[in-house]
Design a protein around this ligand. Structure first.
Ligand code: DON
Length: 579
C-alpha cells in the first residue's frame, strides 16, 4: 500500500515538474530535498554558478557551456562583476579563491589579498594625538592596499583554467564598453551612495549621468574608461594592470592625493598559493581559506567545538544549540584578536587553533544554560606565539571541479575613490589592519601585534570561501560578504547543511545570529522565535534584535549527480543558474 502510494506520488510529481530533478532525490530518499523543506534550491545537471549579480552569473554559465571549466567560469564571473557589481566586484581590490581540481584530487587556496604599500607603517593612521584618523584609514587614497584581484584571477586562469584570458575577459569588456541594463539592486545601491561617490569626480563621471543624477532601473550604464583598462589587461595580462598606462594612472592618482602606492608597489604585487585549512566534520572534509584570512581557522575551530554535541538533536536554532554556537563564536573571535594576521609576517599558530584537542578543552569551559561575559573569555592557547561590500561566488562544473571565491573592496564601493581615467574604484582594505591596539576597526574587530600595519603585509580578513568534500569529491561551495559576520554566516550555512541535513536553499534562508566577542552582544535576525530568544536572555545572553540581515551567501552542492544551488534571499539581484 505504502509502495503504491509512493509510486503514484512520484508519477504525479514527475508529470507536474518534468524538468525538475529533485524528484530523483525524492525517489532515492536522499535527505537533500525532503517533503518538509519549505525551500527548494535551483537544480541543474551540467554545472552551476551562484553569484550576487545575475548578468555575471549568466556570463559564468555561458563559459561552462562553451566547455570552460569551473576556474574559467569563475575568472569570467570575477571580471564581469567588476563591471556589473561595482559595490564589491572589482579590479581595484583583492580576495581569496579556493579551487578543487577533481583530476588531481587537489585543493588550492589562492591568496590575492591587497598588500600594504612600502610606505605604510604601524602608526600610519594615528593623528598628532595618537588617535586613529578613521577618515584617512577608510575614505582616503591612503586607505588603499595594492590591489590583488587582477593578479589573482590571472594566476588562477593560467594555472588551473583551460581558456585564454582573452576569452574569459571578453564578456566583461563588452559589458563595460556596450553597457548593461540596470537592475533594481544597482539602482538602489548607487542611489544610497550617491552623495559620497559624487564627491570623487572620477566616480561621479563613471557611475552617474552627466547631470549628476543616478541611472535607473532599465537604463544602460556604459563604463568606457573601465573598458580601456580591461582591454589593457586582456592584451598584456599582469603587465596590463601593474605596469604601463594603467599603473601610470594609479600612481598619478596617488601622487596627486597624498596616496602611498608607487610603481614599485604595483610591480611587486604577489599572488600566494597557500596550504588550505583542512578540518573534518562528521565524515565531511572542510577545506577553507588560511591566513591572512581568519575565516578558515575559526570555521574549523568552531566546528570542532560543536562536533560532539549533536546539535541536530538539540534542534536547529533552538536556544540550546544557539547557546553552544554563540559561546564557540565568542571564543573564536577572542582568539582571532590575538593570534591571527598575515602568516608571512606573524607566526600564526594554525595547527594549535584547529586542533580537536584544543576545541575539546574549550568546550569544557562552556557553561550549561549560562552565557559567559566576553571579559571572562580570553584568547586561550597555551602557546605564546613568537614574533613580534565584499561579494562571493561559487562555481561547479561537470568534471567535479569547484571554485569558491570571495573578493572585495572592503566597504561597499571601497574608499569611494576612483582612479581617474582608469574607471575602477580603490579598495579601503587598509582599515582591516589593527590601526592601534585596543581600537576596533569598522567592523568592531579588535586586533594587536599580529595584525599591526607593516610595509608589504596583508591585512587580516574575515573572508571565508569554503569547499566541502565528501569522499574526496567536491560536495559544497559556499561563502558570503558581511565583514566580521562572514565567518559566523559560513559556519551556520555549513552546520545547517552538514549537521541539520538541510538542502542548500533551506540552509541559506534559515535565520542567522552573530557574535564576535566584542561588542558583547548577539545580532539576531528576524525569524528566531520569541521563545528561543527568551530562553537565551534568561541564560544571560545579550541580544540585539534591531531588524537587520546578516550575510549574503552563494552556495552550490553536488550530490547524487545533480547540482543544487541557492543565492541568498537577503539581498536583491543575485542569481544561481545551472544548465
Ligand atoms: O576582508 C574582510 O574581512 C573585509 N574587508 C570584508 C568586507 C566585507 O565583507 C564587506 N561586505 N559586506
Amino acid at each position: 500500500m505504502f509502495k503504491m502510494k509512493k509510486a503514484m506520488l512520484q508519477a504525479l510529481l514527475f508529470s507536474a515538474f518534468a524538468v525538475v530533478s529533485p524528484l530523483q532525490a525524492i525517489a532515492d530518499e536522499t535527505p537533500i530535498i525532503r517533503y518538509a523543506d519549505r525551500f527548494v534550491p535551483i537544480i541543474a545537471k551540467n554545472g552551476m554558478v551562484a553569484s550576487q549579480e545575475a548578468i555575471a552569473t549568466k556570463v559564468g554559465v555561458d563559459i561552462l557551456k562553451q566547455g570552460g571549466n569551473a576556474v574559467d567560469a569563475a575568472v569570467a564571473v570575477g571580471f564581469a562583476l567588476a563591471v556589473t557589481f561595482p559595490q564589491a566586484g572589482n579590479i581595484g581590490g583583492g580576495g581569496f579563491m579556493m579551487v578543487h581540481l577533481a583530476k588531481d584530487n587537489k585543493t588550492i587556496a589562492i591568496d590575492y589579498r591587497e598588500m600594504a604599500p612600502a610606505a605604510a607603517h604601524r602608526d600610519l593612521y594615528l593623528d598628532e594625538n595618537g588617535d586613529v584618523d578613521n577618515r584617512r584609514a577608510r575614505f582616503s587614497h591612503q586607505s588603499a592596499g595594492v590591489p590583488g584581484t587582477v593578479a589573482g584571477l590571472i594566476h588562477a586562469l593560467e594555472n588551473y583554467g583551460t581558456m585564454t584570458l582573452k576569452q574569459v575577459i571578453a564578456p566583461a569588456v563588452a559589458l563595460a564598453e556596450d553597457g548593461f541594463t540596470l537592475a533594481y539592486s544597482l539602482e538602489s545601491s548607487l542611489l544610497a551612495r550617491k552623495e559620497r561617490l559624487s564627491r570623487n569626480p572620477a566616480a561621479k563621471k563613471a557611475l552617474f549621468k552627466p547631470d549628476g543624477s543616478h541611472y535607473q532601473f532599465g537604463e544602460t550604464l556604459k563604463q568606457p574608461d573601465l573598458a580601456q583598462t580591461l582591454k589593457a589587461i586582456r592584451d598584456k595580462g599582469f603587465d596590463g594592470f601593474y605596469k604601463g598606462s594603467v599603473a601610470d594612472l594609479i600612481v598619478k592618482e596617488m601622487k596627486a592625493n597624498d596616496g602611498l602606492i608607487t610603481h614599485k608597489d604595483l610591480e611587486n604585487y604577489k599572488v600566494v598559493e597557500r596550504e588550505a585549512i583542512k578540518g573534518s566534520y562528521k565524515g565531511y572534509d572542510v577545506l577553507t581559506m588560511p591566513p591572512p584570512s581568519s575565516g578558515g581557522v575559526h570555521i574549523v575551530q568552531m566546528m570542532n567545538m560543536l562536533e560532539n554535541d549533536n546539535l541536530k538533536d538539540l534542534g536547529h536554532n533552538s536556544a540550546a544549540s544557539l547557546h553552544l554556537m554563540i559561546e564557540a563564536m565568542r571564543q573564536a573571535y577572542a582568539d582571532r584578536s590575538e593570534y591571527l594576521g598575515d602568516p608571512d609576517y606573524f607566526d600564526v599558530p594554525i595547527k594549535e587553533l584547529i586542533d580537536k584537542k584544543y576545541a575539546a578543552k574549550l568546550r569544557t569551559q562552556i557553561p550549561n544554560k549560562k552565557a559567559r561575559k566576553s571579559e571572562e573569555v580570553k584568547p586561550a592557547l597555551d602557546v605564546t606565539p613568537e614574533s613580534p561590500d565584499t561579494t562571493h561566488f561559487s562555481v561547479m562544473d561537470n568534471e567535479g571541479n569547484a571554485v569558491s571565491n570571495t573578493y572585495t573592496l572592503n566597504f561597499s564601493y571601497g574608499s569611494h575613490i576612483m582612479v581617474s581615467g582608469a574607471g575602477f574604484l580603490l579598495n579601503n582594505e587598509m582599515d582591516d589592519f589593527s590601526a592601534k591596539v585596543g581600537v576596533a576597526n569598522a567592523y568592531g574587530l579588535l586586533g594587536a601585534e599580529a595584525n599591526a600595519i607593516e610595509a608589504g603585509k596583508r591585512p587580516l580578513s574575515s573572508m571565508t570561501p569554503t569547499l566541502v568534500l565528501k569522499d574526496g569529491k567536491a560536495f559544497m561551495a559556499t561563502g558570503s560578504p558581511g565583514g566580521s559576520t562572514i565567518i559566523t554566516v559560513v559556519l551556520q550555512v555549513l552546520m545547517n547543511a552538514l549537521e541539520h541535513e538541510m538542502n542548500v536553499a533551506a540552509a541559506t534562508y534559515a535565520p542567522r545570529i552573530h557574535h564576535q566577542w566584542y561588542p558583547d552582544r548577539i545580532l539576531v535576525e528576524p525569524g528566531i522565535s520569541a521563545d528561543t530568544k527568551a530562553l537565551l536572555e534568561a541564560w544571560g545572553h545579550n541580544l540585539d534584535n534591531r531588524r537587520r540581515t546578516i550575510g549574503s551567501t552563494q552556495s552550490i552542492q553536488f550530490r547524487d549527480g545533480f547540482f543544487y544551488g541557492a543565492s541568498d534571499s537577503r539581498r536583491h539581484g543575485a542569481l544561481t543558474l545551472g544548465y
